[in-house]
Design a protein. Structure first.
Lengths: 304, 455
């Protein structure tokens, strides 16, 4: 009898861990922006990990085998999409051996599905650099598109876990309302940016520029993903002086020297910005990331 | 609040009117209507056009006023719609442009996806072609040579929901096209299993799985050429398992006709007994020392119970591969260091005395050891200097050692074009030391995937 009692106690002790629903939904996001959104959408139901920390170039995130372990155990993967993660995600998904998150499987949540991409190429040609055939993928720099990404996350999680769909959509609506308030504030704060021309290292500032009325003028890279030649830099500087370009953006994962030189020699302001949440200590989450970028840019333009 | 009648609507109306004019004119000609009627219609249209233009100007003025509002100030009330005789203005309504855009996109998405899928070429595999050419000079012969090392066609695609396949066809200086790899790989087996079948590079060590053009230096290290037979090309079957642990650990087991494209011990084309297959076991793991530093470690053993060419004796080839990487997260494309090493131990029966009138050939087991070590730095996105050191014992003669060192400098013009300059000092037994110079030019056309095995 005593033995039976111990067996029962052991079974009861095991129950909570084996009960369905006890385990949190495992979410792996490729970048911290999506991880932060997923935490808001999923709330207590999810356990979120990000592959990138935010300081990386999204096109050059390392393919660490430890990421394959993360992806092997996850229920869903969130990606920015538009081939932004082409350098690491397809190979990691193959190494992860998790059929739930293979491309086009329900657990493969592409957060760009509700976004109309800019710069969709009319011609695919390697002479034009590392093109993204579906358009510029740096959508996370526009908070309005951030709302669309939140929707995609809510829909993606609901597709995989329909029992919790109402919670996901309620949380997404609440977070998007918070974003709406922040967007209204950013629009007011960013008024001085209107019409200002900017040069960036890589064509990743286009969505930010579009949202806040700035004009992308050119890039330090000769083509996306291709380092500049001296001739390109000379021509860029000449055009910048002629067209009174006021801002040079160095995304923080690109080398400092060249951007500094160009800014100095053309009289433009050098602005150093993260391209993802977590790219600087102040950008703790998605809202503080956009906050940092707007304020840093406005400060540079107004000289404040 | 925004006016409901935007410039876009105005432009659409304008275009519709112009179209109407064109159609009207055509119809008039066709029907041979009187000029007077046409003139009246044109006058009417001109008047409508004038009104639309006026409307557009009013809308532009309105937008200018709205966009000129002070930051942080109270939202001004929308200006009253200007009086217009053209048409009654619709009451201004709040239109969330983004919400509207999202709704339109949602509605369009299925049609766009369907249009894509009906395009027949969408089912074609991804295709890439690699050209690898080398200008070499050797001091031993005091001669130079342009080598067309390879023109490599790679194709890959998913076959169905369960497997994908890829093929690498390679044309070289030797002439003809060879199937370097043609393999089927499962994609959705349970229990973290992957099965690979066909012809492929067996999972032996690290650089033996790289194609020539993917190597960090011009030539494959001598130990891999001699002990494995170049690339670890094999016809066979391989099962690999990712252990369900927090620590990355993969285990691979394989059976092949032989391992090594230029391994001449075994005839790849004839049937054989089970004891004449080569059996492989491998374990590989990964240690993250810091965010920027890591170590890849692998142990492999390939065992062939019976090798006919070696008087029926067995052969065992064991290897350890160790790769240290330093890649700063925030500058992964611009800074880094790789220290790659492989150590191989070969044990097989070697002929010590050839067959003659007085007796048969004599064989005895010999162990031979070889290794390479290279250090490569990433100075910028373009410039990768490095140095390779090799130490290889002759398989048949213990103590006869070939060693070489090769400083090299790689320039990546872009991700798809690479130039490499390499000097090799080769010191082989019973030969004069030799100096070699190489200039390699490699390009990739079309599709090129970043494979996990090439990391």
């Amino acid at each position: 009898m005593k033995r039976l009692f111990y067996v029962l106690v052991a079974l009861v002790a095991l129950l909570p861990t084996n009960a369905p629903g006890a385990r949190k939904i495992r979410v792996v996001a490729t970048i911290p922006d999506l991880a932060d959104m997923a935490r808001h959408v999923g709330g207590d139901l999810v356990e979120v990990t990000s592959v990138a920390t935010g300081v990386e170039d999204i096109h050059a995130v390392q393919m660490k085998p430890s990421f394959a372990v993360l992806l092997n155990r996850t229920d869903v993967v969130l990606l920015l999409g538009l081939e932004a993660e082409h350098a690491f995600l397809p190979a990691l998904l193959e190494a992860a051996r998790n059929p739930k998150i293979l491309r086009d499987a329900p657990g493969y949540i592409d957060c760009s599905v509700y976004v109309t991409p800019l710069e969709a190429p009319t011609r695919i040609d390697r002479a034009l650099g590392d093109q993204h055939p579906m358009g510029n993928p740096h959508i996370n720099l526009d908070p309005v598109l951030g709302k669309a990404m939140v929707r995609a996350i809510a829909d993606g999680l609901s597709r995989n876990f329909p029992d919790d769909a109402a919670t996901f959509h309620k949380n997404a609506a609440a977070y998007n309302a918070t974003l709406d308030e922040a967007i209204a504030r950013w629009r007011r704060e960013a008024a001085p940016l209107k019409g200002k021309k900017l040069v960036s290292y890589h064509p990743d500032m286009i969505y930010f520029a579009e949202r806040f009325g700035m004009e992308p003028f050119g890039t330090i890279e000769i083509r996306p993903g291709v380092d500049p030649t001296p001739g390109h830099i000379a021509e860029l500087k000449r055009r910048m002086l002629k067209e009174h370009v006021e801002v040079v953006v160095r995304e923080r994962h690109y080398p400092a020297g060249l951007a500094e030189t160009i800014a100095r020699e053309t009289g433009a302001k050098l602005v150093e910005l993260p391209a993802m949440t977590g790219g600087v200590p102040e950008a703790r989450d998605y809202i503080s990331f956009i906050d940092y970028n707007v304020r840093t840019m406005v400060k540079a333009v107004t000289g404040g | 609040m925004r006016p409901r009648f935007s410039i876009r609507h105005g432009t659409a109306l304008l275009l519709a009117l112009l179209l109407a004019v064109a159609l009207g004119a055509t119809r008039t000609e066709a029907q041979g209507a009187g000029e007077e009627q046409v003139r009246t219609e044109l006058d009417l249209l001109k008047e409508q056009l004038r009104r639309v233009e006026q409307q557009l100007k009013q809308q532009e003025e309105l937008i200018r006023r709205l966009s000129g509002e002070k930051p942080g100030g109270p939202t001004p009330a929308p200006p009253a719609a200007p009086p217009s005789a053209a048409a009654p203005q619709p009451a201004p309504a709040v239109v969330d442009e983004e919400a509207l855009k999202l709704k339109i996109l949602e509605a369009l998405q299925p049609q766009l996806a369907a249009a894509n899928k009906t395009f027949p070429a969408q089912f074609n595999p991804a295709i890439g072609f690699i050209v690898d050419t080398v200008l070499s000079f050797t001091s031993r012969k005091d001669q130079a040579d342009f080598q067309f090392r390879s023109g490599e066609l790679g194709i890959s695609a998913n076959v169905d929901p369960f497997v994908r396949a890829y093929a690498i066809l390679n044309g070289t200086n030797a002439g003809g096209f060879d199937v370097e790899e043609a393999a089927i790989v499962t994609t959705s087996l349970p229990y973290n299993l992957t099965v690979k079948g066909g012809r492929f590079f067996a999972d032996f060590g690290r650089l033996s799985k790289f194609h020539d053009h993917d190597l960090p230096f011009v030539n494959r290290p001598g130990v891999l050429d001699t002990y494995i037979g170049g690339e670890s090309q094999s016809d066979g079957l391989e099962v690999s398992w990712l252990a369900p642990l927090d620590q990355y650990l993969t285990l691979t087991a394989g059976a092949y006709n032989k391992i090594g494209a230029s391994n001449t011990r075994v005839d790849n084309t004839v049937p054989r007994g089970l004891e004449e297959f080569t059996y492989l076991g491998r374990a590989s793991t990964f240690f993250s020392l810091t965010d920027a530093q890591s170590i890849d470690l692998g142990v492999t053993d390939a065992y062939t119970p019976r090798v006919r060419a070696n008087d029926g004796g067995s052969r065992n080839l064991a290897g350890i591969d160790l790769t240290y990487r330093y890649t700063p997260l925030a500058a992964a494309a611009y800074r880094g260091l790789v220290w790659g090493n492989e150590f191989l131990l070969n044990s097989e029966r070697q002929q010590t005395v050839g067959a003659s009138d007085i007796g048969p050939a004599l064989f005895r087991y010999r162990d031979a050891f070889g290794m390479y070590s290279y250090l490569e730095a990433r100075l910028t996105r373009r410039y990768y200097p490095g140095v390779l050191f090799e130490w290889v014992e002759d398989l048949a003669h213990t103590g006869r050692v070939t060693n070489a060192y090769s400083p090299y400098f790689t320039v990546w013009a872009s991700e798809f074009q690479r130039l490499r300059l390499q000097y090799t000092h080769l010191d082989a037994p019973r030969q004069r030391p030799e100096d070699q110079f190489f200039l390699q030019w490699t390009i990739i056309m079309g599709s090129h995937v970043h494979s996990f095995r090439d990391r």
